[in-house]
Ligand binder design. Sequence first.
Ligand code: NAG
Ligand code: NAG
Ligand code: NAG
Ligand code: NAG
Ligand code: NAG
Ligand code: NAG
Length: 472
Amino acid sequence: MAFSKLFTSVACALALVSVSTGAPANISSSSLLASAVSSTGSSLATASTSDLSTATSSAPPTYETDPPASDDPNYVAWTPGYTGTPEPMRGSLGSNVIGPQNIPLDLQNPDILAPPTTDHGSVGSAKWPFSLSPNRLQTGGWARQQNSAVLPIAKELAGVDMRLEAGAIRELHWHTASEWAYVLKGSVQVTAVDQLGRNFVGTANAGDLWFFPPGIPHSLQATNATEYGSEFLLVFDSGSFDEDGTFLITDWLAHVPKEVIAKNFQASISAFDEIPGQELYIFPAASPGPDNDFPTSPYGTVPLPYTFAMSQMPATPLSGGSVKIVDSHIFNISTTTAVAEVTVEPGAMRELHWHPTQDEWTYFLEGNARVTIFAAQSNAQTFDFQGGDIGYVPAANGHYVENTGNTTLRFLEIFKTATFQDVSLAQWLALIPPAMVKETLNLDDETIAHISKVKQIVVGPANSTSTNTTTA
Ligand SMILES: *[C@@H]1O[C@H](CO)[C@@H](O)[C@H](O)[C@H]1NC(C)=O
Ligand SMILES: *[C@@H]1O[C@H](CO)[C@@H](O)[C@H](O)[C@H]1NC(C)=O
Ligand SMILES: *[C@@H]1O[C@H](CO)[C@@H](O)[C@H](O)[C@H]1NC(C)=O
Ligand SMILES: *[C@@H]1O[C@H](CO)[C@@H](O)[C@H](O)[C@H]1NC(C)=O
Ligand SMILES: *[C@@H]1O[C@H](CO)[C@@H](O)[C@H](O)[C@H]1NC(C)=O
Ligand SMILES: *[C@@H]1O[C@H](CO)[C@@H](O)[C@H](O)[C@H]1NC(C)=O
């Protein structure tokens, strides 16, 4: 059909323009593109309408009432490393800022200041950088949290970023939520005892996980495997979790009559003269001994280990990156948290998809990303992320994660579930009758035949040489 041929060649010409600049799209190149699109857009629409009036009865007569989506490619307005002034402008839309401007923040958030024209309505804020979390500084480390108090969309999960110097202890405690962790740096020795008196000690290194079911008493201690100790991410299966609201052993015993404590442990009251008068929370200590230096329980050790050596697991290579998925099928105890660790190479993208029943709590480890969340009823909003940022995508909301930088993007998709699940848009369209796809999206046969029946998860950069080989 003449319309699609015109449409495709314009799209390709634009792709070539952006490629020939040899630089990531930025304000000047993208506004150039946007104006090129808008100036050709109207003549295209006219051509297609007159062309369609002579089309055979088998041609879909939809363009006259339903115009096609804009062919503005909506490249990110500026990419990492851009040193100009970020402006809320796209093509002829918007204007510069003449009031005060927080330029570093605007540089980090091009899709908020200059959103793609495909954004519409409201999704609600879906980004929280740990940089904005109040920090609790202690001797030996610190902790900062994100929960629904600061990110109201995040109803199902909450997170804590915690730092322990070598030897430092996050004291013996428990809580009503489950606790899942990913070690960012260094190594941590964890201990726990379950309700049947079965004990556990294990060490988690960078890239490894631990998981404690709700109410299981545990401790965390950075080892001296590295001189700097450890930093790790904690994720809880409750959006309103409060790290300051956990049950600490020191806080409890400071609030029990000493006569009762003595009776409980069958010892003299004076044996408890030195117990802390208030909670310790995080405190320095000598580095822990080896894992095998541990009491033997008459009830044995826990049957399902509380740690998982995810760092030792090979990643599945994908055309645009890689993925590791760990849920209760391999980390059996982790029945309320599942994770996918994803890498996306420059120009590649975690494909358009959604998670059928579970909200996604995303943590960005490194690189630069943009994500558009589609929340139905024309609501769509785009956010940009970098290492240290949290994202949140409610269940069933369509989204993608595009690498907008020039380094590998690495992030964690975390869910409150026993089983990781996602639905791929491409796989869906590849596995239904092509006529249905053609009637709905007005794609040509070759494009439909090219869609992968195998879930891609992360796709490489678009193949611009193949976009104009179609015979429309
Ligand atoms: C912006 O794009 C133009 C045209 O492609 C290029 O000449 C210029 O160097 C780019 N500027 C930045 C800061 O990337
Ligand atoms: C990658 O981006 C950084 C800024 O984020 C820039 O300093 C660097 O020169 C870029 N490298 C390449 C190879 O483009
Ligand atoms: C690390 O800690 C262990 C246990 O306390 C100790 O035996 C060892 O000497 C320490 N190593 C270093 C390098 O500090
Ligand atoms: C974890 O579950 C899998 C699948 O059910 C099973 O094959 C494996 O033995 C279990 N691992 C442990 C430690 O129980
Ligand atoms: C890109 O498209 C061309 C032409 O269709 C094809 O020969 C080539 O294999 C494609 N490359 C990739 C990486 O898909
Ligand atoms: C794709 O389009 C470009 C620019 O119009 C053209 O030079 C090239 O030959 C086309 N490639 C194919 C395979 O049709």
